[in-house]
Design a protein around this ligand. Structure first.
Ligand code: SAH
Ligand code: SF4
Ligand code: F3S
Length: 475
């Protein structure tokens, strides 16, 4: 078996802890005359969302039922993110609100987990100042959550588990999915890249891949249950399999998933430009179930900044990759992440970013103000960029992308796309919301019973950030 894997024995132990918790909370449930309820707030990326689905799976196994609101919940969990300061500040705000809930009802359990929790300086602050947090644990401890809950109930004392470990793969954690028609499947965890601004490698441990077979089994099960969209997750999916003995690489895995029977589409994220191969792009082009969409974070258009970020590719190499992708998939859509105001970024560097954005013409950009993360190399740099300079550059980038998105979207007028219907739109109740292969938001009038189906629509009214459409007859 894979050395990086949590053993079956350890996983079985967790199932036993879950059973013991279930027994223990039974009394309380009987007294209340209802099952105990659990609510999770997720602050991070798709991986964090998938982790929350696993937490809810474990909670269900322990006898809790999923509960939509904080109000009335018996177990409240914050699954946190550490990627930018703003994400952490939001969590502190929420911790204040949870304190009030606990003061009113001391029997409510509070858990804090995720990437923010994994950092020692945060864990220390929480343990000292936020004593209403019953259980604090990091992403690597997710599989042993049942034992942590048991420990908390049995000892009556707060529990902390942020052991500094490279992390392992845990197969077979139960999952309660947020949606049944679209599902996240984590294929690998951790990151080895150590981009100089990024906290992820410090909180998520080293890169490790799941074996192919359990991934395929999980996907088969989802498809059999009617799932129409599978999104494969990893911090750097292009490194998939590098740590497996005789295993598949990412292109090989994609081909096997594509060969599974069923009417479904495949998405994946995130790709690192330094590891993306021609073979992968050829595989995307030849596999009919793979969405012709690539999220390829560039972070900066300046070679000087890219080097300081430790990204290990150049602007030229990145543009070459994109040119190749477009040559084998003329219809491919591209999106990216960009960081504005990395330490030492000059006006000239930033202009190179603008020129790259103009050259690539992304469908959509996720731009971020650089945020100093304690423990990362860039944190200590003396040449931090003042906030107002960062903001001014950010706004220029946003304006440029708005212009590009509007033009790109206008080109889609009258064209037909197959969209996955995600439900009635919350703001415009007479419209359905849906997503194209490239994740564009499309609204059209239709029967809510279409939710979870992939249907063709014709674009009637493109806007800058979304599109209006009408239902097209199936051919
Ligand atoms: N593994 C993925 C995603 C990592 S986090 C990747 O490499 O692309 C998602 C995005 O957050 C990154 O792409 C980056 O644009 C942004 N990000 C990460 N650290 C940041 C920081 N310190 N400040 C601002 N943005 C950051
Ligand atoms: Fe962070 Fe870089 Fe790893 Fe992405 S590849 S998670 S940006 S260190
Ligand atoms: Fe994701 Fe945030 Fe962690 S982006 S990996 S939840 S730091």
């Amino acid at each position: 078996m894979n050395q990086n894997q949590v053993t079956e024995r350890e996983m079985l132990d967790q199932r036993q802890f879950a059973a013991r918790v279930r027994e223990k909370i039974n009394d309380r449930a009987a007294r209340l005359g209802r099952p105990l309820r659990a609510h999770i707030d997720t602050f991070g990326c798709q991986q964090n969302e998938n982790d929350s689905e696993k937490l809810m799976g474990e909670l269900t196994e322990m006898g809790f039922i999923p509960w939509d609101t904080r109000d009335g919940a018996d177990f409240l969990i914050l699954n946190t993110c550490a990627v930018r300061e703003h994400a952490e500040q939001r969590v502190y705000g929420n911790l204040g609100a949870l304190k009030k809930i606990k003061e009113k009802n001391p029997s409510v359990l509070i858990g804090l987990c995720g990437c923010m929790a994994q950092q020692p300086h945060i864990a220390q602050t929480i343990a000292e100042k936020y004593k209403h947090v019953d259980i604090l644990f990091g992403p690597q401890a997710l599989y042993r959550f049942p034992s942590l809950v048991w420990q908390r109930l049995d000892s009556g004392k707060n529990v902390v588990d942020i052991l500094d470990e490279p992390g392992r793969i845990a197969e077979g954690i139960p999952q309660v999915r947020a949606q049944n028609f679209s599902a996240y499947v984590t294929i690998m965890s951790g990151c080895n890249n150590f981009c100089s601004y990024c906290i992820v490698p410090y909180v998520r441990g080293r890169e490790r891949s799941r074996e192919t077979e359990p991934i395929l089994a999980e996907i088969r099960q989802l498809i059999d249950a009617g799932c129409r969209e599978i999104t494969l997750l990893g911090q750097n999916v292009n490194s998939y399999g590098k740590d497996l003995e005789n295993g598949d690489d990412f292109a090989g895995l994609l081909r096997k998933i594509n060969a599974l029977d069923g009417d479904f589409r495949i998405k994946f994220m995130t790709s690192h430009p330094k590891d993306i191969s021609k073979e992968l792009l050829d595989t995307m082009a030849s596999c009919e179930k793979i969405c012709k969409h690539l999220h390829l974070p560039v972070q900066s258009g300046s070679n000087r900044v890219l080097e300081a970020m430790n990204r290990r590719y150049t602007r030229e190499k990145y543009l070459e990759t994109i040119a190749y992708a477009r040559s084998v998939m003329p219809e491919i859509t591209l999106t990216s992440d960009l960081i504005v105001g990395f330490p030492g970024e000059t006006e000239e560097d930033f202009e190179e970013t603008l020129s790259l954005v103009k050259e690539v013409r992304y469908e959509m950009l996720f731009s971020f103000l650089y945020s100093r993360r304690k423990g990362t190399p860039a944190y200590d740099r003396k040449d931090q960029i003042p906030y107002d300079v960062k903001l001014e550059r950010f706004n220029r980038l946003l304006a440029l992308q708005a212009e590009i998105s509007a033009v790109q979207n206008e080109k889609l007028r009258g064209r037909v796309f197959r969209v996955l219907v995600t439900g009635t739109d919350e703001k415009q109740r007479d419209y359905l919301a849906s997503r194209t292969e490239s994740n564009k938001l499309v609204f059209f009038r239709g029967d809510p019973s279409l939710t979870g189906q992939i249907v063709p629509v014709r674009i009637t009214e493109p806007k800058t950030w979304f599109l209006y459409a009408e239902r097209e007859e199936e051919k």
